[in-house]
Design a protein around this ligand. Structure first.
Ligand SMILES: Nc1ncnc2c1ncn2[C@@H]1O[C@H](COP(=O)(O)OP(=O)(O)OP(=O)(O)O)[C@@H](O)[C@H]1O
Ligand SMILES: [Mg+2]
Length: 549
């Protein structure tokens, strides 16, 4: 156990080992601290022989510097630490070993991430259990009157048959606090950045009902991103949900990172990023990028990447969402909730379904697919207290948009950005498919008549060009009528104009990133459509910000 007071407070330790009334060993550390102007005590009682659920630390009359520097650990088991100021000059720390934490049974069977437990009293479904080794389990099935099947929310190394299992008395709870901003944490809210754990006064369950319909605020405002093709054709909804869909390697992560960089700095908001089942390297790079650009202090990173077991990948987005909801409700600020990659959440659900022996449904996915997706998507809502704007990347298996996982996610979103492999192959980045991407907000009543008309005309030009592509390939451009020739020439220039160098890829492309205001994009597109840039070469329209005037 390590509790370090701030250096400016004098400390005296005396350690004694005792037995409490039920015979459990108590390791008591008493630190007497002196902080000007008042004296205060800090007492720590830690019941070492049973799992401890709530650890409350009441500190008052002391400088805020007196925070546990961490970890109060028992094996790998972390304790929730809460610091409360109670207005007296006495600071007391007490470990509360709850009745619910009593032993309920022991492990009888272990297979990969599936753990069977025989219990004297069955805990309800979704209850979080804790093994003696500190591994958290989530109850998924009741096999008979005494046997339950749980999925491990951690690596199962170290578990063995016969190991005692304790009931935590609730679904999985995580410590929540504003101090999560600037930090990288895991599914259980434990630090991944080598810093002390979150000091929190509160914990929240990761499962929560969506806010009631009458408290939800619909989004009818666009969120400018500075990315031309998105602002023009598929504007993001402020307080709404956006999906970035694409097959492997078409630029989903790059687009998400550019959006994060642009929007977090532009709107000075708060962001919570969930890394779900993606590359560990990408998580590390994002953390470095955010730290270097100075945006980390308003960002929380929650990772359950591809090296984690399915239980972690399945629940980590819920943890991140719980942090986003907490920050929305307490700071009353706009929160960006970013997920890379939502498909991995569905995939983890499918793995769990297989481990539990459920019959697969359509195309091998879990029969519970729609409900699982809805459970998380319906929670991403804006309330009167604050808005949650969500951007999620979705991997499209085999570039097939009719995949059941993709379809299940598509129906929840306000804006759908489809990234096209053909466009990426032509080097037109961001590879946004202008014809397939759409937004609920691209409506004259929301974006205004002018924006709506320009977007419609740009789409019509690109659609006509696509129709004529085969004819051009066979017969050549000269065989087209004059009107079609103009449309094709302008469409090709518009297609190149809608490419854009990104700040996050400047080191790859060698071109400095550009951000373009919506107003400038509209004016440039208007001029392209009116033929003002007919004499400009296609290469002069490619990978640039706004057109020179
Ligand atoms: N806007 C861009 N500008 C330049 N290059 C890009 C851009 N977007 C993507 N790329 C190139 O494509 C590669 C893959 O991009 P990214 O990692 O974003 O793909 P992804 O869709 O997230 O892939 P995965 O499904 O494997 O996660 C990048 O490493 C980069 O080389
Ligand atoms: Mg990616």
């Amino acid at each position: 156990m390590l509790i370090e007071p701030a250096s400016h407070i004098c400390t005296r330790y005396d350690r004694q080992r005792k037995h409490d009334a039920d015979g459990a060993k108590i390791n008591r550390t008493r630190k007497q601290t002196r902080a000007a102007p008042s004296r205060a005590f800090l007492e720590i009682d830690l019941a070492l022989d049973r799992p401890v659920k709530v650890f409350s630390l009441h500190i008052s009359g002391l400088s805020v510097g007196l925070q546990p520097e961490y970890p109060v650990k028992r094996g790998s088991q972390d304790l929730l630490i809460s610091c409360l100021s109670n207005g007296s000059d006495r600071a007391t720390t007490r470990a509360v070993s709850e009745q619910n934490d009593a032993k309920i049974g022991s492990i009888v069977s272990l297979s990969a991430d599936v753990v069977d437990v025989v219990c004297e009293k069955m805990p309800p479904l979704r209850r979080a259990l804790r093994t003696e080794a500190g591994v958290i389990l989530e109850v998924h099935q009741h096999l008979n009157d005494t046997r339950l099947r749980a999925i491990a929310l951690d690596r199962t190394a170290g578990l063995r048959r016969g190991m005692p299992v304790y009931d935590t008395g609730d679904t999985l709870r995580i410590p929540v606090s504003e101090s999560v901003l600037g930090r990288a944490v895991d599914l259980l809210g434990r630090p991944l950045d080598g810093k002390p754990p979150l000091v929190s006064t509160e914990s929240r369950p990761i499962f929560a009902p969506a806010i009631p319909l009458n408290a939800a605020q619909p989004s009818n405002q666009i969120l400018e991103t500075g990315i031309k093709v998105i602002d023009l054709l598929a504007p993001f909804a402020r307080g709404g949900k956006t999906g970035l869909f694409g097959g492997a390697g078409v630029g989903k992560t790059v687009l998400m990172n550019e959006f994060m960089n642009a929007v977090v700095s532009l709107h000075a908001g708060i962001s919570v990023f969930a890394g779900v089942g993606e590359r560990i390297r990408e998580g590390h790079e994002l953390w470095q990028e955010m730290t270097e650009s100075g945006l980390m202090s308003t960002t929380a990173l929650v990772y359950g990447q591809m090296d984690e077991p399915p239980g972690v990948r399945f629940r980590v987005a819920m943890t991140a969402l719980t942090y986003a909801e907490y920050l929305r409700d307490t700071l009353h600020k706009e929160v960006l909730f970013l997920v890379d990659n939502m498909f991995r959440f569905v995939q983890a659900g499918s793995e769990i379904s297989g481990l539990l022996g459920r019959m697969p449904a359509t195309v091998g996915y879990q029969p519970t697919l729609m409900g699982e997706v809805a459970e998380i998507e319906e929670r991403v809502l804006s309330s009167r207290a604050g808005a949650i704007t969500s951007v999620q990347t979705v991997y499209v298996p085999a570039d097939d948009l009719t995949d059941p996982a993709v379809e299940a996610l598509l129906q929840h979103l306000d804006t759908v950005v489809i990234l096209s492999r053909a466009q990426a192959a032509d080097g037109i980045y961001p590879a946004v498919d202008a014809l397939q991407s759409s937004s609920r907000l691209l409506d004259a009543a929301v974006v205004g008549q002018r924006h709506y008309e320009i977007a419609k005309a740009v789409r019509e030009h690109l659609a006509r060009y696509r129709e004529l592509r085969d004819i051009i390939a066979m017969l050549g451009l000269e065989e087209l009528g004059e009107i079609d020739r103009h449309i094709v020439q302008r469409a090709r220039k518009l297609q190149r104009y809608l490419s854009q160098p990104f700040n996050v890829t400047a080191h790859l492309t060698g071109i400095t990133g550009a951000t373009v205001r919506l107003e400038d994009t509209l004016r440039d597109c208007e001029d392209f459509l009116a033929g003002k840039f007919d004499s400009v070469s296609e290469s002069d329209c490619y990978m640039r910000g706004m057109m020179p005037r």
